[in-house]
Ligand binder design. Sequence first.
Ligand code: NAP
Ligand code: HSE
Length: 428
Amino acid sequence: MPDPLRLGIAGLGTVGIGVVKIIRQHAAVLEARTGRKIEISAVSARSKDKDRGVPLTSYGWEDDPVALATRDDVDVFVELMGGSDGPAKAATEAAIAAGKDVVTANKAMLALYGQPLAEQAENAGRVIRFEAAVAGGIPVVKALTEGLAGNEIQRVMGVMNGTCNYILTQMQDTRQGYNALFAEADKLGYLEADPNLDVGGIDAGHKLALLASIAFGTQVDFDAIELEGIQNITLEDIDAAQDMGYKIKLLGVTQMTGRGLEQRMSPCLVPDSSPLGQLDGGTNMVVIEGDQVGQIVLRGAGAGEGPTASAVMSDILDIARGIRVSTFGQPANTLVTAKPAKATTPAPYYLRMMLQDKPGALAKVASVLGEAGISIDRMRQYGHDNTSAPVLIVTHKTTRDSLDTALKGFETIDVMETAPVAIRIEQL
Ligand code: NAP
Ligand code: HSE
């Protein structure tokens, strides 16, 4: 019988405790599937005394995750603390230097430091695996690196943040503003330690950057993502979208174009009846298009204890089975630097603006749009008092460059009460 695979787990929060539970509950089946016992040698968290609802006294304890990562009785360091820098990165580096493989759910760390960490691991003959970092329980990293490895990937898109999808769908269903829905998302274990990462689109952007790297063989470039969160979305937008037959989703899209690598994560209107439009709660969906396979749609729980721990386990089991795939699906030193490109495919845009209710206000707006080469498809002015007038405009298809020109133009006219909200209407 081969030696057991010995784990050191740093982080005993939502995901860490989920992993401990699976290892305890499914010990026999995990051993049957890999031919090895999966054992926890030691764990680490900030507070040793916290009741975490699972007995932990049979495992060793380290206050310092770096000490855990370098223990002699640890084969795989499982990093489930979070945070792009600090202890997570220090312990990951220390683990690799000490000859350990690493499994992590930390998209923030990999989106910023994935390249040097992967190179360090590969130079040392170790692996870093991160299935849980993208789309929770959906095995999308495995799908791209293994199942679809024979394809030239054309496009990857999807809804990749459970918190945002939960908030947007609950806003519509319960009529609460997104602030009021934080607490519920928190109870479900969806939120990042800093929820601004969720609602600001940053967490989903981290995930998109990781998928783009695998899909297109490029170095992770989070800074190149066109990023926008859901903080400015109001019930008015959700209602207006519904009137027009759309839902608002925080949608990520990446594709390699003639102008470079497009990566965008922003609220979009998607057809209500489309699979993405029908996605409720913390569910995620990732759509992958390959030249040979056509379109693959993966859908499932994008966050929370069980689903995320399930993904962590798949990486641990791969290591136990001796399956060793490069972090980004090919050796890190062969990943190329991509030129960033803005959204290339023209699309209609939804614009919501609050105008001063005075003669000529609308004409100035129309003039800015006209000068940017943007044609109006539909327009509605509604519910106004005597001082301000809310206006909704749907444009004909236009480019992101033209839209940006118009948004700059709006800053120069003296009739806007607040900055307009612009949402792309995605043609799926
Ligand atoms: P969490 O519930 O906040 O748990 C974090 C854990 O890390 C806690 O046990 C905490 O200790 C420990 N910790 C934090 N700083 C530490 C330090 N300096 N030294 C030792 N331990 C430290 O977080 P989570 O939701 O489980 O998320 C963990 C990771 O998984 C993050 O990278 C997150 O982005 C990722 N992720 C989460 C989900 C999800 O649905 N939650 C899904 C996918 C990926 P104490 O408990 O003592 O405070
Ligand atoms: N905060 C993340 C989300 C956790 O809401 O999707 C899963 O990555």
